[in-house]
Design a protein around this ligand. Structure first.
Ligand SMILES: [Zn+2]
Length: 314
């Protein structure tokens, strides 16, 4: 992942918690006493409520460990399979993502996605993850939403199938066969957009490795990607093909750096002291260079890294 989106679902929290409450309640056993599988399943849900209800503030991996230790390793295989069946019914992703629910005005993947805080895929920060809800689909005006990647795969961990903190809104390219696809992020650890630091960084470099000279045409440059010594970051770079994708962003990176240099030169001519005005940086980047503004724009992280590199040289 390029950017951390721990708060991406913050505007969907209340409705989604209500939705989870209702689903769990509806599936509680009505005939008492409950079977052993029912007892274990609902005890597990109670124990792991904060993981199952996570909207990104905690890594639901604790529920996976608990399932392995307390259910898979301790109980007979038949009971474990029964428990998995119960989880599949309660945490039913097909039902949550069914467009019919949208038509019926019910909470679903579409309404949840319409509350997403950011506009670009956290895995690449290049492609849009916008949502559109149509007022009337009958005349061909279709609603759409981004892909929702189950960070921890749903087949092995059905209890996290509709946990927002396990659903990464992302682009089709990153989620598809050319990206994550069936890669298991539990066994093959990558950066987690909800909980990992932004360990991938970018730099505009001259292809010969010589000191940057912006008089050369942009074709003499390329965007280099760094994993900062982090294995998970390197896996994310490889899986999401960030080198190929960011190489195509070289021209935009080059002109960002040029605008920064020109702003500096202009300000030096009019005798402004460094650090120069935020306004000029904002103009060069195309967004305000503070807080988390860079998360709201395509390749914002790349542009911020160019800015930091530029400031370190001036
Ligand atoms: Zn993407």
């Amino acid at each position: 992942m390029v950017i951390n989106i721990h708060d991406v679902w913050v505007h969907a929290k209340t409705e989604h918690h209500q939705y989870l409450d209702n689903r769990i309640q509806r599936h509680k056993p009505t005939i008492l006493p409950p079977t052993a599988a029912q007892q274990h399943a609902f005890d597990f849900i109670e124990r792991q409520k904060s993981a199952i209800y996570s909207i990104g503030e905690i890594d639901p991996i604790c529920a996976i460990e608990d399932f392995k230790n307390e259910i898979e390793r301790k109980l007979p295989i038949e009971t474990t399979n029964e428990i998995l069946k119960i989880f599949k019914k309660i945490f039913n992703y097909s039902s949550f993502s069914d467009k019919k629910r949208l038509k019926d005005g019910k909470w679903c993947a579409y309404t949840a996605c319409s509350r997403i805080k950011y506009d670009y895929c956290p895995y690449c920060q290049i492609n849009s993850i916008e949502t559109y809800i149509s007022a009337d689909e009958s005349n061909g005006d279709k609603s759409y939403r981004p892909d929702l990647d189950h960070y921890y795969d749903v087949a092995s961990h059905p209890f996290l199938a509709i946990t927002l903190g396990n659903l990464v809104p992302c682009c089709h390219v990153c989620n598809g066969p050319q990206g994550k696809h069936s890669n298991n992020f539990y066994t093959n650890e990558h950066l987690n957009p909800f909980t990992s630091p932004e360990n991938i960084s970018f730099k505009l470099e001259h292809i010969t490795g010589s000191i940057i000279n912006l008089r050369s045409p942009h074709k003499s440059f390329s965007v280099k990607i760094y994993n900062n010594g982090c294995t998970k970051a390197q896996r994310s770079i490889t899986t999401f093909r960030l080198e190929e994708k960011y190489n195509k962003q070289t021209q935009e990176a080059y002109y960002t750096e040029r605008r920064l240099h020109e702003a500096k030169t202009r300000l030096e001519i009019v005798k402004h002291e460094l650090p120069f005005l935020n306004k000029s940086i904002e103009y060069a980047l195309g967004f305000y260079p503070g807080g988390d503004s860079y998360k709201y724009t395509a390749i914002g992280k790349l542009k911020m890294d160019i800015l930091h590199d530029f400031l370190s040289k001036t």
